[in-house]
Write a protein that binds this ligand. Structure first.
Ligand SMILES: [Zn+2]
Length: 264
């Protein structure tokens, strides 16, 4: 999916205002109808963009935040995810009865402000599930996280990836609540929607990542010093487009297509 990678390149390395504008431009230049959701909370303001694919009453939300932390090119976090959704909207078939909402959020890095404002203002009527794409550009093993219990979304994910021939606990993982990290899906989860994060990681690092993420005695210092990929570049100046692997973006795109078919 070199196309998704090229689309990610429209955002990476740019300031947040330009990243936001690049998403709107990418949608407008394709003639894709989209809804703007502007918000201002305290000092923070931003604009999220929603694209609905299909026309059903049941809505399945896929989030990708377009902002980055200052000082980081924000390629894996989270231009890759934006590129994947922009590429997906050009080709994904949506089953009858379902609407897939691609939600490009602002200010995720400020405690999911854009997603929380969106849920507050637009609501979750008809929303049957949500996935937030985070760190989707490095690795070969898919992880659905913040999934302490099975939901319709985790079941669709498992069925979709089984059908793609991937193995549970190898090609894909479903894991519980992740400490320290979070993403836009938590705004939907707080409103009662089955909602989880979706990330791709190197399978070779699965055990190290498990220890890194879940080990209670791993404190802040070790967190900074010994981060396994993809967290070695996370929120750093090294999170550049050159580190992205087109195969990772392609895997996430194919998985999402299968999940959409399964949710439908
Ligand atoms: Zn992020």
């Amino acid at each position: 999916m070199t196309r998704a990678l090229a689309l990610a390149g429209l955002l990476a390395g740019r300031p947040n205002a330009e990243r936001e504008a690049a998403v709107a431009d990418a949608l407008a230049s394709r003639g894709v109808p989209f809804v703007r959701h502007a918000f201002a909370i305290g000092e923070s303001r931003g604009e999220s963009f929603a694209v609905d694919l299909g026309s059903g009453d049941r809505v399945f939300v896929l989030c990708a935040h377009h902002d980055a932390v200052p000082g980081s090119p924000g390629a894996n976090d989270n231009a890759a995810a934006v590129g994947i959704l922009l590429e997906l909207l050009e080709r994904v078939p949506v089953p009858p009865g379902l609407r897939v909402r691609l939600l490009f959020t602002a200010a995720e890095e400020l405690d999911y402000l854009g997603a929380r404002a969106y849920v507050r203002d637009v609501g979750v009527s008809g929303v049957v599930g949500a996935l937030s794409l985070e760190l989707c550009g490095i690795g070969d093993s898919l992880v659905v996280w913040d999934a302490a219990e099975e939901t319709p979304v985790t079941r669709a994910f498992r069925a979709a990836l089984d059908a793609l021939g991937l193995q549970a606990d190898a090609g894909y993982h479903v894991v519980g609540r992740i400490p320290r990290f979070g993403s836009d899906h938590r705004a939907f989860a707080a409103a009662g929607v089955p909602a989880h994060g979706l990330t791709v990681v190197p399978a070779a690092n699965a055990d190290a990542l498990r220890r890194f993420i879940f080990h209670p005695r791993w404190g802040a210092l070790r967190f900074l010093l010994r981060r396994p990929a993809p967290f070695d570049t996370y929120h750093t100046p090294r999170d550049a487009v050159a580190t992205l692997d087109p195969r990772a973006l392609d895997l996430v795109g194919r998985a999402l297509e299968a999940v959409i078919a399964e949710v439908g």
